[in-house]
Design a protein around this ligand. Sequence first.
Ligand SMILES: Cc1cc2nc3c(=O)[nH]c(=O)nc-3n(C[C@H](O)[C@H](O)[C@H](O)COP(=O)(O)OP(=O)(O)OC[C@H]3O[C@@H](n4cnc5c(N)ncnc54)[C@H](O)[C@@H]3O)c2cc1C
Length: 219
Amino acid sequence: MTALLADAEADGALLARRTKVTRLTQYNDSHWGVHIEGAGEPIVFAEHIVIASGHGAQPLAKATQGMPASSIPPQHFARGHYFAYHGRHPFTRLIYPVPVPGGLGTHLTLDLAGHARFGPDVEWIDGVDYRFGPDREQAFATAARRIWPGLDPSRLRPDYCGIRPKLSAAGESTADFSICGKSEHGLKGVVALYGMESPGLTASLAIADRVAHEFGIAN
Ligand SMILES: Cc1cc2nc3c(=O)[nH]c(=O)nc-3n(C[C@H](O)[C@H](O)[C@H](O)COP(=O)(O)OP(=O)(O)OC[C@H]3O[C@@H](n4cnc5c(N)ncnc54)[C@H](O)[C@@H]3O)c2cc1C
């Protein structure tokens, strides 16, 4: 990926990494101005804008000139924790239970080194907060024992957590992620991706095709 980005820069692309986009303004009939933190004027002008900023999608859409508020979906957050299993285990493939409301259910994943990890659970929270929730060991031991009755719970250790950008709130029926183009918001050259939770990564190539189609540049 780094080599690809270096090639893109060598070919004249301007890449802004670790830079917060603060605003998108209509520059002329065919281009958008991209404003970043700390700069008064737009630093990039682009014909096509994809708002693919995860939890930052709704805030950036709100800071997009002419974006109707009614086209921006509400934002909710569900934290998912993972526990790692420190020790030998008998697994060679991933194991999924029946899904639970808000998530896939605490499942068993294996990393590239073959280490086992259980998660993610579902904890509805009010905003983006990556602190690992306390007192989750017992619930994880119970969920993990459904997959592996012989598991030693003392070998489970808090590992990491992620936050799903949800479009539906706790208790509501689950909303799919949303790809909003001109027919939804009326703005030429902008596609906004909202609620890109799982399986957004798995579906990323199909989502990219759909975005290209929105711009009329599909293969
Ligand atoms: C616990 C958990 C488990 C998951 N498991 C799976 C799975 O098993 N399979 C699967 O397919 N998917 C899974 N997902 C979903 C997957 O992680 C997402 O679909 C994917 O990361 C979405 O990619 P994205 O690029 O749209 O957004 P993100 O990965 O969220 O990236 C958005 C980026 O934009 C940046 N950003 C935000 N605002 C701004 C701004 N104003 N200016 C500049 N940059 C900004 C953010 O810092 C971030 O780097 C899981 C998600 C979670 C939370």
